[in-house]
Design a protein around this ligand. Structure first.
Ligand code: NAP
Length: 282
């Protein structure tokens, strides 16, 4: 069974490839694609087929997907990612791929969160493609917060989510869920809302404080003020507004999901916040 993973040069995609290997998928059956392929030289050494694929390049995508049974399309990062996702979907149809799995966002079809618009459009492309698909609507990575620990140490944690809750889990847990779907049966046509227990941002600040032994204060501000702070920190428009809008969506309850789907795919409870934060920062 041949499995292609896009975005394998990134954090999540690499973890999916590692999880596939741990599950016993032969390295030669896995194709890891991305642009900065030097980052996955170790996977190539282990026998994984590594291909440099720019998602704008249809010929390169066709070459990667030729003969593939399953494809994990890891959502992209660039403003034109819907077109890039469309290229992969079209190539998958042309190649006769049996199962396409896509990493989306919570409640992508109905949420008001600006960041999810590209996921909603991509899910529409998937639905229109006629392919057998599975949608992994990943909620938030714990690492979205732990990656900012240097800023938190200096300035505290700033947010605009009030007492709103966001479902978090480790990237490796979303990756293990994706690997379970790619290697398991009966996932075609399913949409999974994936995330761990929903937590508040003050709870995240407290968990980080405990992990680093340094008090991180959480300050709640209006969404437009958060946008200004992000812009002042160098986040370009419109990403400043899109990122600030995430906290508005958290406050509205749009990023809180039931952990049941992730727990079912993992076959165990999701790692609790405190332990997850300690694992990343410890
Ligand atoms: N749920 C969440 O909390 C959350 C947070 C952040 C992001 N995301 C989404 O989830 C995805 C995976 O997360 P991540 O942490 O693994 O992100 P990441 O580390 O930034 O990885 C993104 C991957 O996408 C690839 N990529 C982007 N544009 C591409 C293009 N035009 N052609 C080929 N490859 C391209 C990158 O390749 P190169 O690096 O080789 O260029 C990289 O492998 C992200 O791309 C984003 O859509 C979700």
């Amino acid at each position: 069974m041949s499995i292609v993973v896009t975005g394998a040069t990134g954090h999540l995609g690499r973890l999916v490839v590692e999880s596939l290997l741990e599950r016993g998928v032969p390295a030669a059956d896995i194709t890891a694609t991305g642009r900065a392929v030097e980052r996955v030289a170790d996977l190539a050494e282990r026998g994984v087929r590594v291909l440099r694929v720019e998602l704008d390049d249809r010929a390169a995508v066709d070459a990667a997907l030729a003969g593939a049974d399953k494809v994990l399309l890891v959502s992209g990062t660039e403003p034109d990612r819907v077109a890039q996702h469309g290229t992969v979907v079209d190539a998958a149809v042309a190649a006769g791929v049996g199962h396409l799995v896509y990493t989306s966002a919570p409640r992508a079809s109905t949420t008001s969160m600006l960041l999810a618009a590209a996921h909603r459009e991509t899910e529409q492309l998937l639905a229109a493609s006629g392919l057998a698909t599975t949608v992994l609507r990943n909620a938030w990575y714990v690492e979205n917060y732990t990656d900012q620990v240097a800023t938190y140490r200096e300035h505290g944690m700033l947010g605009a989510a009030g007492g709103g809750r966001v479902s978090v889990a480790l990237r490796e847990e979303y990756a293990a869920a994706a690997a379970a779907v790619l290697t398991g049966e009966g996932h075609e046509g399913r949409v999974y809302e994936l995330g761990g227990p929903a937590v508040t941002l003050p709870e995240v600040a407290a968990a980080v404080s405990q992990a680093i032994g340094h008090e991180v204060a959480y300050t709640d501000v209006p969404v437009d003020q958060l946008q200004q702070v992000l812009a002042g920190a160098g986040v370009p428009a419109p990403m400043d507004a899109v990122l600030a809008d995430v906290d508005r969506a958290i406050a509205a309850g749009e990023l809180a999901v039931d952990p049941i789907d992730l727990e079912t795919l993992l076959g165990r409870p999701v790692t609790p916040l405190g332990e997850a934060v300690r694992r990343v920062l410890g």
